[in-house]
Design a binder for this molecule. Structure first.
Ligand code: FE2
Length: 195
């Protein structure tokens, strides 16, 4: 798999189209989560690629929300990104704003974890620790079931993602909490540097 971009180029590209700290935080978080998943699922040699798909998956969302996952193709082509990366980015909106179906395991993980990282991040903010380091699956499950909590995080998409992967929701929750724990500190440090 070839992204055709260095991480430095990808970060520059991200910043070209994203200024909001919220969007930068989300991009860096999904990058870290994807890197964790690559290692967890036996794709360590592709961890840079998995991470880059996470870093750039919402590249077009801040400036072109109405063309999400469509404008991305143009922006990434302009930046000479590889086709694999473009496919992965566009597929994360499958059935919502894109016709590109997640095929590779990495694309299914991106689809499943993107929305869930939002829910975990919102749940972490409510904790005394303000962190997911001490978050248990049971408390995340409660937040998942409470439809008024972080109502913008679609439970249906999270469910669909788990189904795509052939995982129980619990497994997706457990793994994604671990993934977010693994990068929480480094993401915050990098966000402070970037913004
Ligand atoms: Fe996203």
């Amino acid at each position: 798999m070839n992204a055709n971009l260095t991480r430095e180029e990808a970060v520059r590209l991200l910043q070209k189209y994203n200024q909001e700290p919220f969007h930068l935080l989300h991009a860096l978080t999904v990058e870290g989560v994807m890197r964790w998943y690559a290692k967890e699922l036996g794709y360590e040699e592709d961890a840079d690629f998995w991470g880059m798909a996470g870093l750039l998956h919402d590249i077009d969302f801040e400036q072109y929300p109405d063309q999400h996952c469509v404008k991305a193709e143009e922006l990434l082509k302009e930046a000479q990104a590889g086709d694999d990366l473009i496919h992965a980015v566009c597929s994360h909106g499958y059935g919502i704003c894109s016709q590109v179906k997640p095929e590779h395991l990495m694309e299914k993980v991106l689809f499943a974890s993107d929305e869930l990282t939002g829910l975990i991040g919102a749940a972490a903010k409510m904790r005394p620790s303000k962190s997911c380091q001490d978050m248990e699956v049971s408390s995340l499950k409660k937040k998942f079931k409470d439809k008024r909590f972080a109502a913008g995080c679609s439970r249906d998409i999270i469910r669909q993602g788990a189904e795509m992967l052939g995982w129980e929701l619990n497994e997706l929750f457990e793994k994604t909490i671990l993934a977010m724990r693994s990068c929480e500190t480094s993401v915050q440090e990098e966000l402070d540097r970037l913004s």
